[in-house]
Design a binder for this molecule. Structure first.
Ligand SMILES: [Zn+2]
Length: 82
């Protein structure tokens, strides 16, 4: 590995320790649930999930697993419907 690449990897490690640098803009995740798979989408700081619970509540197991555990503190939490 050349010295240029070593420097890039060191910088990548440093950035990874500074999660405030990262701003997720849009992504789609397929989650294998116990019964069915569900598709969660994030765009423009808004969440969507194709499960019935999300449709009625605006939050669900799938979005919570991402916001609270997988991407903890790196994406905004969904807002529960009132
Ligand atoms: Zn869901």
């Amino acid at each position: 590995m050349d010295s240029g690449m070593i420097g890039k990897i060191d910088k990548a490690k440093r950035y990874a320790q500074e999660p405030h640098r990262f701003h997720f803009e849009a992504f789609t995740v397929k989650i294998d649930g116990e019964n069915n798979s569900h598709v969660v989408k994030f765009a423009n700081n808004k969440w969507d999930c194709d499960c019935d619970y999300f449709r009625s509540r605006g939050i669900c197991t799938h979005t919570i697993s991402i916001t609270n555990y997988i991407l903890k503190d790196m994406v905004p939490a969904p807002v529960e419907a009132g």
